[in-house]
Design a protein around this ligand. Structure first.
Ligand SMILES: [Fe+2]
Length: 525
């Protein structure tokens, strides 16, 4: 059914059922707002459907989730909202028809945050599905579904989640999200490159609608463009998401406050603040992640009963500059600098503390660039490393893998994005010694749509024999990874789509890999 028809039908239904809690006054009248100096319109009317960017939920806890939406009747042109606060009603129900409402309230959408709302709903029951919906003026959103985490001390028999990354609008349609939305999952994890910052490029099936983005308005419009995709909206509406970012949410291969090129550091500080604010405005994030100037707290931990704990990393905001002038090249001594860091010291210690204390069967490190070493040059006396990956931060990687070897947290599994291709690696204490212990497993998921140039494939394949800890590589396909965890096994299914050149596609499994409890390293089944 068409979304707008759907909204109208629901609008009628809700008037009957009394969604209008608090009975706002006459259209256009004004109530005082406690949030900002701006006063709020009590009963707004909109030039067009205001829920054009869909709805989302995220950061699930045993008793709480975040509900998200943004009012944007003109999504591609600043949102189209007047510079006033607007009340947005929300409600949470136990059923998909929103008959059995268990919580409701009103949030204030402010112009300062582009009329986005982030409702932290508490008092929910653990490990159960809920449905939610927003209403502003006489307009209602679609109904979304979300799920709370199991309580920390619960024994959980199985847990399913999908992970995704890298969705360059210009390179193709989000057919992978069409497939993902139909999966039976408890959670989706996004590992970054939710947007790309570039100007329009020809040759792909669709194009960006503005030059390279720099200002807050630019970043808002770019997020809005991406969020208009109906497959992406369907995937958000189907599951709670945990999101983290990579580089393109700001700029390709930035590191901390160091830009890639062509701008002063001061210009970049402002640009990063713009990008971070727009990211917050468009994601289902908690107050913890409110932007503070050019900073935003994104690394955080989620526990799902006794089966899984997710350590969600931010390897962009605190990292030191890429060594040896970045790129794909032999490593210079900077790549081994003990002060070089992907995470910053504080986040690294937070990660180590979390891994030490965890009671979970599977300890997930959700992060951006490949941790495993990969020498892209097959010749024995030559080397080529991607210095934006952990291969450029060798001492930091050694600290992490040595820690894992010594402390032996239960079943560490790294999930990774960034490289627009599928990989499975054994993570070893010494990648140059095939006989050294495997201490963890890494699953790298391919992109939703972003490109892996075909010309790069043969050299990577040729180098596989020189990297025996790499169990699997494929770069021809786009898709997502579906993970099924039990107390005994972790299975990752590499789900791929038949095309991204058209809006619809079929989904199939390219390969499945299993990790046994207590035995790091995956085997293909
Ligand atoms: Fe990417």
């Amino acid at each position: 059914m068409e979304r707008f028809q759907f909204a109208r039908l629901l609008s009628t239904k809700y008037k009957r059922r009394g969604f209008l809690i608090g009975a706002f006054g006459v259209t256009g009248s004004i109530i005082a707002s406690q949030w900002t100096h701006t006063r709020a319109i009590a009963q707004p009317s909109f030039s067009a459907y205001p829920f054009s960017l869909g709805i989302a939920s995220g950061d699930p806890l045993p008793d709480s989730v975040v509900l998200w939406t943004r009012l944007a009747p003109e999504p591609l042109n600043g949102g189209g909202m007047p510079s006033v606060n607007v009340p947005v009603q929300w409600q949470v129900a136990l059923d998909e028809n929103m008959k059995n409402v268990v919580q409701r309230g009103t949030a204030i959408a402010t112009p300062e945050f582009a009329h986005s709302v982030h409702v932290e709903v508490g008092g929910l029951q653990p490990e159960r599905w809920y449905w939610y919906q927003f209403k502003a003026g006489n307009e209602v959103s679609n109904i979304g579904r979300t799920r709370t985490a199991p309580a920390r001390d619960t024994r959980v028999a199985q847990f399913r989640f999908g992970f995704v990354n890298c969705q360059d609008w210009q390179n193709g349609y989000y057919t992978a999200y069409q497939g993902l939305a139909k999966e039976d999952l408890d959670l989706v994890v996004h590992l970054g490159d939710y947007i790309y910052e570039y100007g329009p490029q020809s040759g792909g099936p669709r194009q960006h609608n503005s030059p390279e983005i720099v200002t807050l308005a630019d970043y808002r419009n770019r997020h809005a463009l991406y969020k208009t995709d109906s497959n992406l909206q369907a995937a958000h509406a189907a599951f709670p998401w945990i999101v983290t970012w990579d580089d393109h949410e700001v700029e390709n291969n930035y590191a901390g406050l160091i830009p890639e090129e062509n701008q002063s550091q001061q210009e970049f500080v402002t640009r990063r603040a713009n990008a971070y604010q727009a990211y917050y405005e468009h994601m289902p994030l908690r107050r913890l992640s409110l932007p503070r100037g050019s900073d935003l707290q994104l690394y955080r931990r989620f526990t799902f009963g006794n089966i899984a704990e997710f350590n969600v990393l931010d390897t962009r905001q605190y990292r030191t500059d890429q060594p040896c002038d970045d790129g794909l090249k032999p490593r210079c001594s900077q790549a081994f600098d003990s002060n070089a860091t992907m995470t910053g010291t504080k986040q690294e210690q937070w990660l180590f503390r979390g891994l030490s204390k965890s009671q979970a069967r599977w300890n997930v490190i959700a992060q951006q660039t490949m941790i495993a070493q990969y020498d892209f040059d097959a010749r024995p006396d030559q080397e080529l490393f991607n210095l934006d990956q952990w291969d450029g931060y060798v001492a930091a990687r050694n600290r992490l893998l040595k820690f894992v070897q010594q402390q032996q947290p239960s079943n560490p599994v790294v999930i990774t994005g960034d490289i627009h291709s599928s990989w499975v690696h054994d993570l070893k204490t010494d990648f140059n010694d095939p006989n050294s212990p495997t201490v963890a497993t890494e699953f790298v998921g391919t992109s939703i749509s972003s490109d892996f140039p075909e010309t790069f494939i043969p050299p990577v394949v040729a180098a596989l024999s020189a990297n025996p800890h790499t169990k699997f590589f494929d770069a021809k396909n786009r898709g997502y990874v579906r993970c099924h965890l039990t107390q005994n096994t972790w299975q990752s299914d590499y789900r791929i789509v038949s095309t991204i050149r058209e809006p619809n596609a079929s989904v199939s499994t390219l390969g499945s890999f299993v990790v046994q409890n207590g035995r790091p390293g995956a085997e293909q089944i």
